[in-house]
Design a protein around this ligand. Structure first.
Ligand code: PCD
Length: 794
């Protein structure tokens, strides 16, 4: 491979860094031994099992539900229907987007797979058997399947239960300056327009969603084990929805087998487990199966985008403009800050210095599953990056320019940061050209173009695709960003025990990305305590400070900052205690990792363990200093962080079958200060595989009756080691100026940045066939159709 490929040595104990660096993951000894404790590993005494009866059709009126036979099943303890929930005022629950969602359908079913009844039984098998004994009579209705026809006059109304509702309109939203953008477009030499579809996909984590509810009727306390990425937010919402006092709810998020945004929302199954436990007086476990996961929880994307890009003949990009039609399914349950119904889509100005930009987004209801989660994406950044990176490639094609050259000419320049873009963001820091040049060097870009020309002459189809992305992650300043009224800040608490070992408690939640290691490394870096001596506690609302949780790559930008600042508070307190111990003035002390010493006399110093023992010991503490070495911080970020990267993908397309092989993939990422390079590489590898999957294989599709065609891994294809190449990763480091340690997020960069690189490569390969654009996924059938000049098949 190329010389720039990053080595992957694991540090030995001797050279293990105290702080940032490549150390092995503290959580892996339990994971690689199969000793992780996931939701389904938890078995409580007397626990019952729940199963959900789901709608077989996309749209239908419920005529009657007969549960008599199911209730007569010897192992069944309870059967709950929408009518029962109505009596408890729980049939509908608020969503994260100020809409409501049916917990169990009462009037109509609005998507295939919707929750209709809940059975609680002795075991999982009996619960499933009893579902078949429930008799539901439906009157089938015409569904709204195509978002493009959802607003047509006379379209069936999905949400006819809402007072005065006569259409399927959810919201209109816009960003940027329409008039200024129109003016720039009017005087541009070149305008390129293209409809670009980001189809419906699904996060599909290895572990599906589930919950165990344990309601204690004696003390009124609810313990809820959940696969959740946001335990504290869930607890508050449960308190509000179920009317259980918040201090009587404990949410425990155990080890999580992948989240990818799928475990942000509160699903009917979670609420039903709670109802089941209250009704039966026993703990109730509910775990969805793969098809339930794919059909009913949290789809992502589903944006139909009409993009326009304006430029001069010489290749100066002037402006971008887009109209988006967003399919939100039957209930508006997307997760994003309240102010932004289209999430952070308005970062679609990309990495380019533009004169103007404008976007409008219209949301519609259809008879499909609700969700619209930020699947490996900071609230629609993925759609935005895909759109702009496709449009730039289309422009390059129109101008007859090399796509790398066009990007290099239009980047925001380093001296322009902090850069206010035309839709209201302030990019914190960036230096794009070196990142792009490194990727081109690693790929051997010019050599690749020569190889491509030779192959084309022989009739072989080779494509080179580029994407350069800028994300906005780490929501958010709380004055601008909230989710259902909860400001987007996060807490952290650091305690140093008398013997100098420490514990750090987090409000955020790992789903596999290694927080137990990296957050220990942040404390280690700040206090000089070895990471193995720092315990990271998360995933239990009784044990951790309040905060909004993990998604949108916000843990490092927000919680990571909270941890660094809490550790710095501890360090300052340690200074006062060390001064007392040394009989020196605090201002005469200097810090080196793990120790305060007297300026000019390094022999006069005290180490952290000495100081922590003294803090809890018998020496007289300075005025105002209490006897511990603890600190707590709730961090409100002043801005988001803006990671970026340059990706180059090389594909070969089989001219006989349309099959695409990703031969090489070069990814150069810049996430500012790097805490653990090994974990970062792992994050990038995972995201790249994810992106190849979306670009080539993954699709949640529907037939004209609204039947979901992606309800199993037989139909919803996700990539394996067979479909992905040996990744070639590199990095540059442009720290965030406002983050205490200069770190930006990395968790989603590769999923965001890679689909356009792959699709651009496929389209580049098809150039001899005159193909300008095709929509994802680039399956053999679709590539073949594009080669024949036919429209994309369904
Ligand atoms: N880091 C470092 N450095 C830097 C940054 C970062 O080191 N500079 C690291 C940290 O610390 C961690 C990781 O890395 O460990 C990541 O981070 P971030 O970026 O901050 O992120 P977070 O928040 O933590 O996480 C989250 C993400 C997301 S969001 C997603 S999708 C995905 C990712 O994460 N998911 C997952 N990754 C992962 N991995 C795994 N394994 N699993 C999972 O599930 Mo969403 O919104 O939810 O859709």
């Amino acid at each position: 491979g190329p010389a720039t490929r990053e080595a992957n040595p694991s540090a030995t104990a001797a050279d293990r860094p105290i702080g940032f660096g490549r150390i092995q993951r503290k959580e892996d000894p339990r994971f690689v031994r199969g000793k992780g404790r996931y939701l389904d590993d938890i078995v409580l005494p007397g626990m019952l099992h729940g199963a959900i009866l789901r709608s077989p059709m996309a749209h239908g009126r419920i005529v009657s539900i007969d549960t008599t036979e199911a209730l007569a099943h010897p192992k069944v303890h309870a059967v709950v229907t929408g009518k029962d929930l109505e009596a408890l005022n729980l049939a509908w629950a608020p969503t994260l987007s100020a809409d409501v969602q049916a917990v169990l359908a009462t009037d109509k079913v609005r998507f295939q797979g919707q929750e209709v009844a809940f059975v609680v039984a002795e075991d999982r098998y009996a619960a499933r058997d009893a579902l078949e004994l429930i008799d539901v009579e439906y009157e089938q209705l015409t569904p709204v399947v195509d978002a493009r026809t959802a607003l047509a006059p006379g379209a069936p109304v999905v949400r006819d239960e809402m007072e005065g509702r006569t259409d399927n309109h959810v919201f209109d939203w816009e960003a940027g300056d329409a008039a200024a953008t129109d003016a720039v477009f009017a005087r541009a030499d070149v305008v390129v327009t293209q409809e670009v579809v980001y189809p419906r996909v699904h996060p599909a984590p290895m572990e599906t969603c589930g919950a165990i509810a344990d309601y204690d009727a004696v003390d009124g306390k609810l313990t809820l084990y959940e696969t959740t990425q946001a335990p504290h937010a869930h607890r508050t919402l449960f308190a509000i929805v179920a009317g259980i006092p918040e201090h009587k709810i404990r949410v425990v998020s155990p080890d999580i087998g992948g989240g990818f945004g799928n475990k942000v929302g509160i699903y009917p199954g979670y609420i039903l487990a709670v109802v089941g436990s209250i009704v039966t007086g026993r703990p109730v476990k509910w775990v969805e199966d793969r098809s339930e996961n794919l059909m009913s929880t949290s789809f992502a994307r589903d944006y139909i985008m009409t993009g326009e890009i304006a430029a001069t003949r010489e290749g100066k990009i002037l402006a971008v403009r887009t109209n988006v039609l967003a399919d939100h399914g039957a209930f508006n349950a997307t997760a994003q800050p309240t102010k932004y119904p289209a999430g952070f889509f308005h970062i679609f100005t990309g990495s380019y210095d533009l004169e103007a930009a404008h976007c409008t987004v219209t949301g519609v209801y259809t008879n499909k599953a609700p969700g619209g989660v930020a699947y490996a994406c900071s609230f629609r950044v993925t759609e935005a990056v895909y759109l702009v990176e496709r449009m730039v490639d289309l422009l390059a094609d129109e101008l007859g320019m090399d796509p790398a050259e066009l990007r290099l000419r239009n980047f925001i320049r380093p001296e322009q940061f902090p850069y206010p873009n035309k839709t209201g963001w302030e990019y914190d820091s960036g230096d794009y050209e070196p990142t792009m040049r490194l990727a081109m060097r690693m790929a051997g870009y010019d050599e690749l173009r020569r190889e491509q020309a030779e192959k084309r002459a022989r009739g072989e189809l080779m494509g080179i695709g580029i994407s350069f992305f800028t994300e906005t992650v780490g929501a958010g300043p709380r004055k601008h960003m909230d989710i259902v009224g909860l400001g987007m800040a996060d807490g952290a608490e650091v305690r140093v025990h008398p013997t100098g070992k420490a514990v750090v408690r987090l409000s955020v939640q790992s789903q596999g990305q290694g927080h137990e290691t990296t957050f220990a490394q942040i404390v280690a870096e700040e206090l000089g305590i070895p990471p193995e001596d720092i315990d990271v506690v998360h995933g239990d609302t009784d044990q951790t400070p309040f905060g909004l949780g993990t998604y949108g790559s916000r843990s490092t930008p927000v919680s990571g900052a909270a941890v660094a600042l809490a550790a710095r508070k501890v360090r300052e307190k340690a200074k006062l205690i060390a001064a007392a111990m040394l009989e020196a003035r605090p201002e005469d002390l200097e810090w080196e990792k793990g120790r305060w010493f007297v300026t000019g006399d390094p022999t006069q110093g005290r180490t952290m363990p000495e100081i922590s023992m003294a803090a809890h010991g018998t020496i007289e503490l300075p005025e105002g200093v209490d006897g511990n070495l603890d600190a707590e911080v709730t961090y409100d970020p002043p801005n988001l962080t803006f990671p970026f990267g340059a990706y180059i993908c090389v594909v070969d397309v089989d001219p006989g079958t349309g099959h695409v092989t990703v031969r090489r993939f070069v990814a150069v990422d810049d996430c500012g200060t790097r805490i653990n390079p090994m974990i970062i590489e792992g994050q990038v590898h995972g995201g790249l595989a994810d992106g190849v999957g979306m670009a080539l294989m993954e699709l949640i599709d529907f037939d004209e009756d609204g039947n979901c065609l992606g309800g199993s891994f037989m139909d919803y294809l996700i990539p394996t080691a067979m479909e992905v190449p040996d990744w070639e990763t590199g990095h540059t480091v442009t720290p965030s100026p406002h983050h205490p340690i200069g770190a930006k997020g990395i968790g989603e960069s590769a999923t965001v940045g890679s689909p356009p690189a792959v699709v651009n490569a496929v389209i580049d390969a098809l150039e001899p066939y005159g193909v300008r654009h095709m929509d994802m996924p680039c399956t053999p059938a679709r590539v073949w159709a594009a080669m024949q000049g036919r429209a994309t098949p369904p």
